[in-house]
Design a protein. Structure first.
Length: 320
């Protein structure tokens, strides 16, 4: 099949914090004040409200940060993992982390009901206010924890996510360390791409999220297309994004696709518009016509069954 995407960067998930920003942006001194030119001397703080474990997968963002911590730990001096969340993870899962990873849980149980992830699609004014308060409270707790860590153990760089913009307050503090933000789906995209969710996010959340992204020392996202899509309303140049693809490495010279034997295409993901499932389903008839031996398998959660019903209606029952 044509149109295979190739990554725009050759670095892997565990290399990205060492690649941007440069050591010159971090200063010339390494661990405990000694001069160092080796990446091993870098001390990292990772801040994410979502961290995936066997008992609590925490979605795609949680899975990403679980993999990042695992891959990054052997390459750096230390990782302070700051997780503001409703629930802590079991001690057995903390013990499974690398020896140089320290887990810091910031309990958010007092405002659990205002968690944006569990809010109804069309929220009341009061609930929207509580969800804005949730993010601001989360920021305040992260700020206190990062200032404590910076004062006691020290770190050189902060990795975070745009979800809940957890490091916005910290970015305003004099002497704050450089922040690398991984930009996934933004609140503005959620408001404009999901049907029936035009008022899930107050404009305040949108504004603060964009502000946090713009204050970052470096930006990371997963595809060049996504960088191009969000660079306009973020008012940043597309070239400022470092592209770190998800998933497996794509071979530089893939083998030719077979023409006379059965082969499979697998899609795994949430079956919603912003994940691109509608685009894939539109392509199915053309793909099957061009490649008669192609088998397409789609696995994922279809919350309301709309995608399956729509596909069966438009395909007139020609495909299972």
């Amino acid at each position: 099949m044509d149109g295979r995407c190739k990554p725009d960067a050759t670095v892997g998930p565990g290399d990205r914090l060492l690649a941007a920003p440069s050591r010159s942006a971090l200063g010339t001194r390494g661990v405990r004040g000694k001069p160092s030119s080796t990446p091993k001397a870098v001390r990292v703080a990772i801040v994410t409200p979502y961290f995936g474990t066997p008992s609590h997968p925490a979605g795609g963002v949680g899975s990403h940060y679980a993999q990042l911590v695992r891959r990054l730990a052997p390459l750096v001096e230390s990782i302070d993992l700051v997780v503001p969340a409703v629930a802590d993870i079991p001690d057995s899962e903390k013990a499974a982390l690398a020896p140089n990873v320290t887990f810091h849980w910031l309990p958010m149980g007092a405002i659990k009901r205002a968690d944006p992830a569990s809010a109804p699609a069309r929220a009341s004014l009061g609930d929207r206010f509580r969800r804005s308060s949730y993010n601001l409270s989360l920021n305040a707790r992260v700020l206190r924890e990062l200032r404590r860590l910076q004062r006691t153990v020290g770190f050189d760089i902060v990795e975070t996510t745009n979800y809940n913009y957890p490091c916005l307050f910290y970015s305003l503090v004099p002497g704050a360390r450089p922040i690398v933000t991984r930009v996934s789906t933004t609140m503005r995209q959620l408001r404009t791409t999901e049907s029936g969710k035009s008022d899930t996010a107050p404009r305040l959340i949108d504004y603060l999220e964009v502000s946090a992204i713009r204050r970052s020392a470096a930006l990371v996202t997963h595809t060049r297309r996504h960088a191009r899509e969000i660079s306009g309303f973020l008012r940043v140049d597309e070239s400022q994004f470092r592209i770190i693809p998800h998933g497996i490495d794509i071979p530089s010279a893939p083998a030719p696709y077979p023409s006379d034997e059965k082969f499979s295409l697998l899609f795994v993901g949430h079956l919603i518009h912003r994940k691109g499932i509608d685009t894939l389903l539109e392509c199915v008839p053309g793909l099957c016509s061009r490649f008669p031996n192609l088998v397409i398998r789609i696995a994922g959660r279809d919350d309301d069954g709309n995608e399956k019903r729509s596909f069966r209606r438009t395909s007139a029952g020609r495909y299972a």
